[in-house]
Design a protein around this ligand. Sequence first.
Ligand SMILES: NC(=O)c1ccc[n+]([C@@H]2O[C@H](COP(=O)([O-])OP(=O)(O)OC[C@H]3O[C@@H](n4cnc5c(N)ncnc54)[C@H](O)[C@@H]3O)[C@@H](O)[C@H]2O)c1
Length: 267
Amino acid sequence: MTDRLKYKVALVLGAGSVGEGVGNGRAICVLFGREGAQLVGADVNLAAAEETARLVKAEGATMAALAADVTQEADLRRAVDETLARHGRIDILVNNVGGSIPGGPEEIEPDAWRAQFEFNLHYVYQSIRMVAPLMANQGGGAIVNLSSIAGLRHLGNDLAAYAASKAGLQHFSRVAAVRYAPKGVRINTVIPGLMNTPLVAQRLAKSQGGDAAALIAKRNARTPTGKMGDAWDVAWAAVYLASDEAKFVTGAEIVVDGGLSATTRGG
Ligand SMILES: NC(=O)c1ccc[n+]([C@@H]2O[C@H](COP(=O)([O-])OP(=O)(O)OC[C@H]3O[C@@H](n4cnc5c(N)ncnc54)[C@H](O)[C@@H]3O)[C@@H](O)[C@H]2O)c1
């Protein structure tokens, strides 16, 4: 532990991992724990959050795992209330839940389009609506949202609903950051590029023909560094934004993509 988040209470939404191994939410919890935070991690998959809690506790930090579907307002409220009941405050909120479906406007049916906005944007509005005023009353706090470079540019394959909802998330974060800046509540966004997380083999490979090794090779080749990043790269950015070292940083984004969004490389 290096104590950059010592005495801070962190609520992480999406604290598990979409598959075996370490996704962004799990890596964020582990690093926050190492840095001294006291964690509450919520996930629709309780077993996944419990596995994260096991890893956090194995390093001597504390984490409570909760079951919550962030798209349900009552579940979000329960996660917030339970964090307050346990610790009396929330210093850090991480909105990590999110994910993509493929397709352009013709392929994506209206219900699926709406569901992407629930999954990537609407719950973030809800959680910020619940937590930012609490943080303001406490004298401050830090909110970290997880977006994607798909919200910055077309990535070579159509992800219309994901791209639009993540772009909305990024700008919502800026607007909310301005609103809460005078109250000491900072709101920032981490923008990962192509990351080698369990999501790639578990979900993306299935939706793109089933060959995980080929997809990983393609994603490595597209990244200027020659290799995708991993969940720890994302989590370190979240540690910085959540810590007091970032006390003058709000309404900002940290792009963690090995240079991909600086190029003109397509699919
Ligand atoms: N993995 C990547 O390559 C990548 C790239 C760019 C952006 N991102 C973003 O990073 C974030 C995390 O992605 P990840 O792939 O590392 O996943 P992850 O491994 O961090 O897992 C996310 C967790 O969210 C949980 N979850 C799913 N739906 C939920 C719901 N309705 N309520 C509560 N929990 C729910 C899952 O069970 C899982 O444990 C997402 O916002 C994603 O869009 C990921």
